[in-house]
Design a protein around this ligand. Sequence first.
Ligand code: IMP
Length: 432
Amino acid sequence: MSAIIVVGTQWGDEGKGKATDLLADRVDYVVRYQGGNNAGHTVIVGDVTLKLHLVPSGVMYEHVTPVIADGVVIDPGVLLTELDQLVDQGLDPSKLRISGNAHVIMPYHLELDRLTERHLGRQKLGTTKRGIGPAYADKASRVGLRVQDLYDMKIFRQKLDTVLKERNAVLSRVYNRLPMKAADIETEYAVYAERLAPYIADTGTLLHDALDQGQAVLLEGAQGTLLDLDHGTYPFVTSSNPVAGGALTGAGLGPDRITQVIGITKAYVTRVGAGPFPTELGAEGASAASHDIAERMTEVGGEYGTTTGRRRRVGWFDAVLARYARRVNGLTEQFLTKLDVLSQFDVLRVCRAYRYQDSEFEHFPPHQSIIHRAAPIYEELPGWGTEITEVEHYADLPKPAQAYVDRLEELTQVPVRWVSVGPERRQTLERD
Ligand code: IMP
């Protein structure tokens, strides 16, 4: 029995798709446990590039059963489009299993996500506008519709009528929008229900039994530790729990099942949307040199969102965040991604602590105001001055690149077991 959690240690986009894809070889189930189609995984195998938002990347493997678990919010239209795309690419998604307890994203969630962001103006969070926050808010308010409700249309309509009455009042009276019609939504969702029916399962029991039978389960988080609703940079976070604990509630498993917690860590840091980012480069008012480094990091790293296409904010590696991620997730090892993006720089900076007023913070500051004003304390490491994308063995990496990895490991106190030097599956170096 083994259940492995894969979790992002920064603000998402660490390259979890690649790590999951690599590990999928060794597992029987790949499970999405939270989030929705705000996430995006890019998986490249040979000539095929897949951009997945909801379906776990394990779908690439015939031997893997992909699972969308209880903690996920599902936009059924988006999911069906993704399944159609997989079929077009010659893949067979028929093994996908979806929890009946997962919540459904409704048209008013999308509308309200857009409207509230606009209403917030300069205070906006920069959400992906996919209805994620409003769907989770309804779940917590106990007025959400679940996947299982799609299979009792009488109940579905009753629940919809109740919630829509209130949502329509908000849409029309607060935002001056046309109210939505329950009958239209019912018709649309009845079609989704029919198409999704073969995939619905009791995924909690499925995973529990699989583990009892000695099979291996990979639980893949979306987003990252600092976007966690409870442990991230609130309110600039997503509305679910990407951290390792979220894997347990999201999939319905107990902590005794977990054998490994792998943190996916980018060799530098990125973030999309608003919120504090102590090591950010090229921020408003930054020096020309800082803008130049940011520009090069973004371009070489291809740092544009998979879901929204937005340009990601970029910055130097932040060991304070990494240490926090270790603590919050109980990381047992790390998968370091995108080391090759740093090959272009002569000197690399790594943030070892923050300074705020007269204090130094080695650990993540407990108050939001400090995080917003924290200044990074950097140490400098030499670059390696050569491309590393074709390196096949870790020992063949230039010595300064190995020294960079060693230093990150020292600062974060979590062993780095894999280092990725390019987007393709073969460009992953396993350390002994
Ligand atoms: P939401 O999840 O769409 O509500 O957006 C809330 C915050 O999380 C925003 O800052 C988004 O940019 C961010 N976010 C959501 N999903 C991802 C992701 O997959 N990668 C990076 N940031 C994300």
